[in-house]
Design a protein. Structure first.
Length: 563
């Protein structure tokens, strides 16, 4: 291991990446493997952002990777990792017959790998709803086809005429599309059951995102073997192996802008003091609002950018209960599935309460069992025990947790009795819900820890304590989200708040987009293309098609543009 805390031997680099989350690490690794001298700076003591782990007693918990789709042979995430020099990441596949188990008041629905199996299961559960099911699956199938086209403009151009329904409904609320499929509340609840992945109800989420998430997991559910830290470590090692530098426990105080162009950063480190580091390129993987207001400063940006950024609504935050239990769920025969527990068929009410800064006694609850998804990882739990997490969407308003905004900022919230009581009540409600699928869970707990929105902010400096960036609503989608390129020469963005949205695939793609803005658009073809050599004539034709597509396609289907 190199010293990532006390050494910074250079004061000038080709590129600096602010924030060592997945998007920042991908951007840095792509730049480093293609000859750029790169520095990555992060205030945390470990690289990876939400793709990290932490140890408590005899258990190792993942922070943010709970499952990833499209990680089979030639999948999106493996392709990006390979291009970034992080090839030695193996993936463990979850139960293909039920990647997710949706638990409703009157029935359970197992969400499988493969659209045909999904169709059979929907028709078996709702035989009178064939017409609406077929319409919905046509939309999901179009999302699958377009995502498979990736950066291949010729294939994407061929797929577009067959994707008219997806293009027509792309930016409209998913609930409005569901209105054209069915009035059955149970079927609608199943069709929108992945809402926790984007933390929005059907009335607010764009149809393209809802359909895209379903399509994404129809390709299978996977976990990196060894946990989320494995992907981060592989990217970090690639950066350093190609001459890059990673500096941790160092906080970037500002991004230096002179005459409308980036000139570097100013950082503060316990070990190195205050340092100025020069570079003509800076990629910010930091929180978007922090980047604009604190790191760059309003004086260097247009009033439109400053006002729009300040007005962005953040995604809801997650509260998480980490548990170690004295039971071997694998030996008990539990499948490698995630449980989504729904108190009703109404996905709207809970989000409305969270937006009002309120808790609900019967939240949507997500149960993910790490020991089943990554069974060869002996660090997760001692023999005979199981590692699992339970989570739900929660309000990020400090008042909802019984503390003040000042308490949240300075860290004293942890000592407030009201905060501790609110955490305990929250944990009890989630454990009560989880006992519907894991009876006797409470009696088996040997370790318990609760993370709140303030925990997320403490380690990642995220606004509102969210790991999802700005909210994925119809008002904040497509071109209404920032692209990788900014109005400041040399300054680029990646991360959960950009057009590629959140989640490991989203932020990895965002890192690729930022790197392609620096290195040129052919990087997209190199990473996502079919891997064969193109003739100069074919390359010219594809570049021309890409230019036309860039003007005609929705923003999420083309390389990012200026904000």
């Amino acid at each position: 291991m190199r010293d990532r805390y006390r050494r910074l031997d250079d004061d000038a680099f080709d590129a600096i990446v602010v924030g060592a989350g997945t998007g920042g690490l991908v951007a840095a690794a792509l730049l480093a493997t293609r000859g750029k001298k790169v520095l990555v700076v992060d205030q945390h003591y470990v690289a990876g952002g939400n793709a990290t782990t932490f140890r408590r007693k005899r258990f190792e918990f993942d922070i943010g990777i709970h499952y990833v789709g499209d990680c089979g042979r030639g999948g999106l995430v493996p392709r990006i990792l390979k291009a970034a020099g992080a090839e030695n990441v193996a993936w463990e596949e979850m139960d293909a017959d039920g990647i997710d188990t949706f638990v409703f008041p009157d029935f359970r629905f197992r969400f499988p790998k493969g659209i045909e199996r999904y169709r059979e299961r929907l028709l078996a559960q709702f035989p009178a709803e064939q017409r609406g099911i077929e319409r919905y699956l046509d939309l999901v199938g179009q999302a699958l086809a377009l995502s498979a086209a990736g950066a291949r403009p010729m294939r994407a151009l061929a797929a577009l005429p067959r994707s008219w329904q997806l293009v027509r409904w792309a930016s409209q609320p998913f609930a409005r599309f569901l209105d054209t499929c069915t009035a059955n509340p149970q079927l609608r609840a199943v069709m929108a059951a992945h809402h926790g992945i984007y933390a929005q109800p059907p009335s607010r989420v764009p149809t393209l995102l809802a359909a895209g998430i379903t399509a994404h997991y129809l390709t299978g559910g996977y976990m990196p073997r060894g946990g989320g830290q494995v992907t981060s470590d592989a990217l970090a090692e690639s950066i350093e192996g190609h001459g890059g530098t990673i500096l941790l426990k160092a906080r970037v105080e500002r991004i230096i802008v002179e005459d409308g162009a980036v000139r570097g950063i100013e950082l503060v480190s316990k070990h190195l003091g205050r340092r100025t580091v020069r570079a003509p390129i800076v990629v910010s993987n930091a929180d978007l609002k922090q980047t604009v207001s604190r790191l760059v400063g309003a004086e260097h940006l247009s009033a439109k950018t400053v006002d729009r950024t300040a007005a962005y609504e953040m995604s809801p935050a997650l509260g998480i209960v980490y548990l170690g239990i004295a039971r071997d769920l694998k030996a008990e025969g539990h499948p490698a599935t995630n449980y989504h527990l729904f108190p009703s068929y109404d996905h709207e009410a809970g989000y409305a309460r969270v937006r009002r800064g309120e808790f609900t006694d019967t939240p949507w609850v997500y149960v993910t069992i790490a020991s089943l998804k990554d069974p060869t990882n002996m660090r997760l739990a001692p023999p005979g025990m199981t590692n699992l997490q339970i989570m739900a969407v929660v309000p990020s308003d400090p008042a909802a947790w019984g503390v003040s905004a000042d308490d949240a900022r300075d860290g004293t919230y942890r000592q407030r009795p009201a905060y501790r009581a609110r955490k305990e009540a929250f944990a009890r409600s989630l454990i009560d819900a989880a006992e519907t699928v894991l009876p006797g869970l409470r009696d088996a707990i040997v370790y318990q820890e609760v993370a709140t929105p303030f925990t997320q902010s403490r380690y990642t400096l995220s606004s509102g304590g969210t790991s999802y960036g700005i909210a994925c609503t119809t008002e904040q989608f497509f071109g209404r989200r920032p692209g990788a390129r900014t109005e400041i020469a040399g300054l680029y963005l990646c991360g959960a708040s950009t057009r590629t949205v959140h989640g490991i695939p989203g932020v990895a793609m965002g890192g690729l987009m930022a790197a392609s803005e620096v290195l040129g658009p052919r990087l997209l073809w190199e990473v996502l293309g079919p891997g064969r050599r193109r003739t100069s004539r074919l390359r010219a034709l594809e570049d021309a098609v890409r230019g036309v597509a860039g003007r005609l396609l929705p923003a999420t289907l083309r390389p990012s543009q200026s904000p």
